[in-house]
Design a protein around this ligand. Structure first.
Ligand code: ADP
Ligand code: MG
Length: 365
């Protein structure tokens, strides 16, 4: 048993077109792992936060002929995908190979860089594909008598309903059921779990899932920025000589946009739906606050894991048996000041959570 805090990283992206067109000013600055944000209406009002990592991905970059960013060590100040992977992804991979559960969460307002950091776009591969690449490299390079199996699942939580992003068939009305078992905790019943033996195969599944997510959102006339995307990688390692099996789950979560939800007219009519749209995100915030209170010794009677689908599925990742990393993504622009400040406050609370990660090892059946 060892207690470890949730590791938190922040990352600030380049201006987007809208911000450039609006003549935006950059209100964040970074010095090593601390970040300062300045109120655009009052430059004396500055707040600083300190995290495990702070990534300046706002400026100081250039592209090479393949469309890849020139990395920091070649003179750029820009923290690129590889840098983020080295700090956050490698540790998760090592933990998983040792038999620990691991969870990576991306939090931030829509358009702030969650999917860029998690999945990446084009040649700028994000944490998840890089993690899969290295996982299969590690498996292929392994010298001992270990036998490894990798299973891949991908789901979406929209409006408290679970949608399997890998099953092509008709959608289950009301979504898949979340069940609870003594040993296993909460899980999604009937979720497709695909055995994989290469990073290419995983990438094809990820592309399929991403397409399903977008199509489903279009069909429901919904906004995919309101859904949570969860990838579950299960790693099973069988050590025949020792007669033991290690099992670890890696949860990779691209959360819904953290911005305050504005309800459309028709949604406001259907109040039930309106309240459920961000129930998972709201509950995640409540769970994080409660756990942060626990960590500073406050009396907490109840941690509301059961209040939402997302927090049920992440129960062991939050204050339980998992090594957890959060990447909080920010816009640099003055016009996003309020949202960015609220993201930083959220991330600061998450930093206080303590987990108790244990190696999941048992005799081979
Ligand atoms: P989110 O998933 O949070 O809604 P995205 O990841 O889709 O946001 O990012 C929005 C846009 O900003 C995308 O076009 C993306 O390529 C760009 N972007 C985000 N983060 C970065 C970054 N660190 N470096 C370069 N471009 C980025
Ligand atoms: Mg996204």
């Amino acid at each position: 048993h060892n207690k470890d805090c949730v590791k938190v990283a922040v990352r600030v992206r380049p201006f987007n077109k809208r911000e450039r067109d609006a003549g935006s000013r950059c209100v964040v600055s970074m010095v090593s792992s601390s970040i300062t944000i300045e109120d655009p209406r009052d430059s004396h009002n500055r707040r600083s936060f300190c995290f495990d990592y702070a990534y300046w991905s706002h400026s100081g970059f250039s592209w090479d002929c393949r469309g890849l960013f020139v990395p920091e060590e070649q003179g750029g100040r820009y923290a690129d995908q590889e840098r983020v992977f080295r700090d956050l992804g490698e540790g998760i991979l090592e933990n998983a190979l040792q038999g620990y559960n691991a969870t990576l969460l991306a939090y931030g307002q829509t358009g702030s860089g969650k999917s860029y950091s998690m999945m990446g776009y084009g040649p700028n591969k994000g944490l998840v594909p890089k993690l899969c690449d290295r996982l299969f490299q590690a498996i292929r390079g392994n010298q001992d008598m270990r036998q490894c199996q990798v299973f891949f699942s991908m789901l979406e939580i929209y409006n408290e309903q679970v949608v399997d992003l890998l099953s092509r068939g008709s959608r289950t009305p009301g979504g898949l059921r979340v069940r609870e078992e003594q040993q296993r905790g909460f899980y999604v019943e009937g979720l497709r779990t695909v055995p994989c033996d290469s990073a290419t195969q995983v990438e094809q599944l990820m592309d399929q899932g991403t397409r399903t997510r977008t199509t489903a959102a279009t069909h429901m006339n919904a906004n995919s920025s309101r859904s949570h995307m969860l990838i579950i990688l299960q790693l099973k390692q069988i050590f025949s000589k020792e007669n033991t099996t290690k099992q670890s789950n890696i949860n990779l979560v691209d959360l819904a946009g953290s911005e305050r939800q504005r309800l459309s007219g028709s949604e406001a009519d259907r109040l039930k739906e309106g309240t459920a749209i961000n129930l998972s995100l709201t509950t995640l915030g409540n769970v994080i606050s409660a756990l942060a209170d626990v960590a500073v010794g406050k009396k907490v009677i109840h941690i509301p894991y059961r209040d939402s689908v997302l927090t049920k599925l992440l129960q062991s990742a939050l204050g339980g048996n998992s090594r957890t990393v959060m990447i909080a993504t920010l816009s640099p622009a003055d016009i996003c000041y309020e949202e960015s400040l609220s993201t930083l406050r959220y991330a600061e609370r998450a930093k206080r959570i303590q987990n108790r990660a244990v190696v999941n090892e048992s005799p081979t059946e």
